[in-house]
Design a binder for this molecule. Structure first.
Ligand code: FMN
Length: 179
């Protein structure tokens, strides 16, 4: 199954990016994942029908994907601005996330592991402009993420890995059922 993974952090050493790369590698026999960063110009309705090339390419990759994984930190108790901006682009004109199966993973260095931002993210993905199909339940909240990697930057936390195994299988089963 071809999917894109949108990572909510643009930081070079982002833990969420590392987790997206981990998922890409660990489940390569089940999912063919392309990682996308939402590094796009700010949405402007005046140019939504003739957007910058980065936006065209970003939306095109989502359009062609059979599913989307969003791996994102929480910023100030909500969705990082760059990710929200990308979702705003996706909510207009060709609306590439409409009816697109999505699942969500989030890691933070706090204790609640992106719980607040994931609730907001689900609300946004359920809006009429986006209208995505979001995998119910399966909340992948990864708190204190800075403690879950070894010195080589590899995710080594068994509990997180076991839960990711389950959620990826749940996403694949559910994706088949709803299509
Ligand atoms: C602007 C900003 C706001 C943040 N707000 C939160 C927050 O609300 N909750 C939280 O748990 N962590 C928050 N953090 C800390 C992030 O969890 C931490 O920086 C994390 O490593 C970011 O993800 P990344 O490693 O993928 O870049 C914030 C970090 C930044 C830079």
């Amino acid at each position: 199954m071809k999917i894109v993974a949108i990572v909510g952090s643009l930081r070079k050493d982002s833990y969420n990016l590392k987790i997206a790369k981990f998922v890409k590698d660990r489940y390569k026999d089940k999912l063919e994942i392309e990682i996308l960063l939402p590094d796009l110009p700010i949405f402007n309705e005046d140019i939504e029908k003739d957007p910058p090339v980065e936006v065209i390419n970003f939306k095109d990759k989502i359009k062609k994907a059979e599913g989307v994984l969003i791996v994102s930190p929480e910023y100030n108790h909500s969705i990082p601005g760059g990710l929200k901006n990308a979702l705003d682009w996706c909510s207009r004109v060709d609306r590439v996330l409409a009816k697109k199966p999505v699942f969500i993973v989030g890691a933070s260095n706090g204790n609640v592991g992106t719980a607040r931002s994931q609730m907001d993210l689900r609300t946004v993905l359920n809006s009429p402009g986006l209208n995505s199909y979001v995998l119910p339940a399966n909340l992948v909240l990864i708190p204190n993420v800075q403690n879950l990697f070894n010195e080589s930057g590899e995710l080594i936390d068994e509990r997180t890995i076991n839960y990711l195994d389950k959620v990826v299988d749940n996403f694949i089963d559910w994706r088949m059922k709803i299509s």
